[in-house]
Design a protein around this ligand. Sequence first.
Ligand code: SF4
Ligand code: SF4
Length: 422
Amino acid sequence: MAQVYNWQLGREMAYPYPAAFPQRQFAFVFNINRCIACQSCTMACKSTWTFSKGQEHMWWANVETKPYGGYPQFWDLKILELLERHNPGGQRWSAPSGTGALAPYGRYDGQTIFEAGQKALTPDSARVLGYLPTDEEWNSPNIYEDNPVGRPGVRGQFDPDGAELPEHQTWFFYLARICNHCSYPACLAACPRKAIYKRPEDGIVLIDQAECRGYRKCVEACPYKKSMYRGNTRVSEKCVACYPRVEGSDPESEGMPMETRCMAACIGQIRMQGLVRLNPDGSWAEDRYHPLYYLVHVAKVALPLYPQLGTEPNGYYIPPRWVPRPYLRQMFGPGVDQAIERYSHPDRELLAVLQLFRRSNRIIFGYRIEEGPKVYEAELRGRKLEIYNDTVIALGREGQELFRTTIEEPVHVRAPIHANSI
Ligand code: SF4
Ligand code: SF4
């Protein structure tokens, strides 16, 4: 195994191949606080890529209700349990968060799926600790939707205490998921045919359908279970990150980099996708006014999903504010408390960047803010809150203006003549 640097873990780790990084990396931020589980993203993906015979069980994009839901069922519980079994009590982070750009969340001292696999697996072809879900586990993608955990309610009665931040007694949340187009993909590492590759131009991870022989090693190895087997073609398939849109070759894109179908369809405006520049060591190159760089590395409100697994996923999440912190720390690492604190009390810049979500389906490469007047002042949870009607301007790949929007949404009053029209 080679030694590679994983900045999300703040240390080197073992990986079957030497590190190789793309010029830009496909990445995304999902704001869980806004997701309403409308499943528009899920259906946008389904109707584009997985509507054919043999793909009935495939949902490359899915939204599951945590903590009970999962597609396939219990995917995260199962891989966490496997890791714990191979390293009992050792799956821990040591340093506090915020120790520099190369270890923003501290240092992970436990074992990744690659490291635990080295000790646990034989023969040599099984390079990554994982498991194959059963057919039943793939069967019900939206199982346990809206099922809460916590204090049981009384039928026909409101909770006498109500629900208050910082944590709710009874809770659930929606976790939207696609392939993370990982920097150290477990699917790629496990494939004995070398049929999986990471594109040098944008880091999108693809399965070469002509090379794949359907051994399902990728399905077994991907800890997020985003590689799926198709029975009638006998090869595996996965999210392709709508690459014709991202590269601007889709007829609708008019040559401009465009966000994926699941991003563009998002009703809750929780999703932003982009292409980030990387340093030679795979960490993100400083790009102060790139919205994803700002959210992940400056404001630090967006965190990777299960970074401890070791694949360096490129999907980042703004954690839900009402959920008990131990659950969130396990899911997003030690940066959770700082992220929620910052998101709950946003400054002018964060408030402006949050307005960029879903105003356009073009990929944003930068932003600029023009200051506006103060429009609101109050006290929120014991702190002074001031809101300014700033204008935020989104910039495209060539630095051209894509759109501009303000903090205050404009109010449109319908003329009396149209009062009853729909
Ligand atoms: S999420 Fe899974 S399928 Fe996607 S790149 Fe990572 S390991 Fe591969
Ligand atoms: S479209 Fe957006 S709001 Fe609706 S379920 Fe998907 S991520 Fe959530």
